[in-house]
Structures are given as structure tokens and as C-alpha cells.
Design a protein around this ligand. Structure first.
Ligand code: AP5
Length: 252
């Protein structure tokens, strides 16, 4: 595994769709990592994906980031499905599988990228997981593992309530746990830090229920495939990152 760098690919092909090209293409690696990050909302998947992305040189592919990027478009530039998806998101509900899978189908080039990938927030239902297995099989690609982050609910709620996200590059901060150097300003791109609409208490309750009902069955799905890696998500982001790297090193 190579050293951590601060250079972050802009993920244009992922965030904006296949017509956009990434300004900084990931290297084609001899050993690309292809991982899925699982875990309840707010457990720290995005934070770990960012840290792992620097170390493994793989792009963080977050489905939530794609939907939030669509929010920045004018209404006439968004497809009706994307506009509907934003409604589901703001209420904390899952976006329908058909919409999510159509969006993934448009972005399969990110799954075949020579730098590997870190899927964050997808798959989220068994239907999505089965569809992903189908796409990967068709492309001749295998997952290296599924990282399942675990944390008690009280700590998750505290992480969500203090979260701030960069409106530009989507980097994630926490008002006390991982503050930016200048309050309200992203360390990486100078963008404005904002609170996510779905971090309101009511939407958080709906997201947790959706996770219990639809996403937690994925642990059994991936356990059966021999891919599940459970990781304790207590401690600082760096501690959890090192724990993750240790587990991955053992699988090389
Ligand atoms: P998505 O964007 O995927 O959100 P999520 O799964 O709810 O996860 P979060 O981004 O809230 O949390 P995280 O685990 O990444 O935590 P983070 O690192 O930010 O999805 C949003 C919505 O989009 C869904 O509700 C749904 O509507 C829709 N959607 C997306 N994908 C979909 C799909 N496939 N199917 C259907 N619908 C879909 O960390 C949280 C906070 O904690 C941060 O402030 C961070 O700084 C802090 N923190 C992290 N680690 C630590 C630590 N170790 N100690 C202290 N603080 C920490």
C-alpha cells in the first residue's frame, strides 16, 4: 500500500456523469482496491473513504454526493427522476432502486477505472447489491472486501449533529471532532462549509429506520460471499483509518 497524499481527484465523471472528464485521472495501479463501505448513516463512511482514498489512490464513489451535486443544478437541467430523488433525500428516505441503478449504469466507467474504487452509500438494498454483483461480473471485476463500520447509536447521533460538509469538494468536517482550520471554510478547496438538510433530527430518524430495514440485511448478503470485514468505528478518524489499513494489509 502506498503513502497517503493530499491530492484528491475531482471525481467529475462520477459527480457530473459520463460526459464529464476527471481533471486528475487516478493512476492505473498494479493493485487497485475495490471496496464497499457499509454502516449506518453518520458512522463515518465518508470520512474513512476520504482517508482511504488518499492512501489507496482510489476514488470515493458516493451516491449521496451525486444526488447532492444534482441539487446545485437548475431545475431544467435535472432529470425528473433526479428531482424526485432530491425529495426522498430531504425526507431521509431511500431513493428508489430503479433511480439509483440507472445512475450507476451511467457511471460504470468509474467501476472499471484502473485506480479502483471505494463505494460509499451504494449498495444500500439487497436489490442494489445483486445488481452490483451483476455489473461487476459482466466487467470481469471482483470486490476485494466490504468494510462494515459499527458504532453505538448515541455516538452516531452526535457525529451527525456536528457534521459540516464542503459545498464545493464535499470534504467532511465535524464542528468539534474534525474542525476546519478556519471556521466555515474548507481546508482543501476554500469552499463554504454547510450543514446537510437531512441531518435534521426528523430526517435522521427516518434514515436510521431505512438503514435498519433495508441496508442492514446486506451484512448477511456479503458475509455469505466471504467479503464482509467488520470494523469497530470508535475512536478518532485516524485510529479507525489505521484499523482499516491493518485489516486490508492482512488481505494482500
Ligand atoms: P449518504 O450521503 O450516503 O449518507 P449516509 O449513508 O446517510 O451517510 P452519511 O453521509 O450521513 O454518513 P457517513 O457514514 O458518510 O459519515 P461521515 O463520514 O459524513 O446518503 C444520503 C441520502 O441519499 C440517503 O438518505 C438517501 O436518501 C440517498 N441515497 C444515497 N445513496 C442511496 C442508495 N444507494 N439508495 C437509495 N438512496 C440513496 O461522518 C459523520 C460526521 O461524523 C462528520 O461530521 C465527521 O466529521 C464525523 N466523524 C467521522 N468520523 C468520526 C470519528 N471517528 N470521531 C468523531 N467524529 C467523526
Amino acid at each position: 500500500m502506498s503513502e497517503t497524499t493530499n491530492l484528491r481527484p475531482d471525481r467529475a465523471a462520477w459527480l457530473k456523469g459520463p460526459a464529464a472528464s476527471c481533471s486528475m485521472k487516478p493512476e492505473v495501479l498494479a493493485r487497485p482496491w475495490r471496496l464497499v463501505l457499509l454502516g449506518a448513516p453518520g458512522v463515518g463512511k465518508g470520512t474513512q473513504a476520504e482517508l482511504l482514498g488518499s492512501r489507496l489512490k482510489a476514488c470515493q464513489l458516493s451516491t449521496g454526493d451525486v444526488f447532492r451535486a444534482a441539487k446545485g443544478l437548475k431545475e431544467c437541467e435535472r432529470s425528473p427522476a433526479m428531482t424526485a430523488a432530491l425529495g426522498y433525500m430531504s425526507r431521509g428516505e431511500l431513493v428508489p432502486d430503479t433511480t439509483v441503478l440507472a445512475m450507476i449504469q451511467e457511471r460504470t466507467s468509474c467501476l472499471t477505472c484502473g485506480g479502483g474504487f471505494l463505494l460509499d452509500g451504494f449498495p444500500r438494498t439487497v436489490t442494489q447489491a445483486e445488481a452490483l454483483q451483476g455489473i461487476l461480473k459482466e466487467k470481469g471485476i471482483k470486490l476485494d472486501g466490504v468494510l462494515d463500520y459499527r458504532l453505538p447509536l448515541e455516538e452516531i447521533v452526535s457525529r451527525l449533529s456536528g457534521r459540516r460538509t464542503c459545498a464545493g469538494c464535499k470534504a467532511v468536517y465535524h464542528v468539534t471532532g474534525r474542525p476546519s482550520k478556519v471556521a466555515g471554510v474548507c481546508d482543501q478547496c476554500g469552499g463554504k462549509l454547510v450543514q446537510r438538510e437531512d441531518d435534521r433530527a426528523e430526517a435522521v430518524r427516518v434514515r436510521m429506520a431505512a438503514y435498519q430495514q433495508s441496508t442492514s440485511p446486506l451484512t448477511a448478503f456479503y458475509e455469505k460471499l466471504g467479503l464482509l470485514i467488520t470494523i469497530e468505528a470508535t475512536g478518532t478518524p485516524e485510529e479507525i483509518f489505521l484499523r482499516t489499513v491493518d485489516v486490508l494489509q492482512a488481505r494482500i
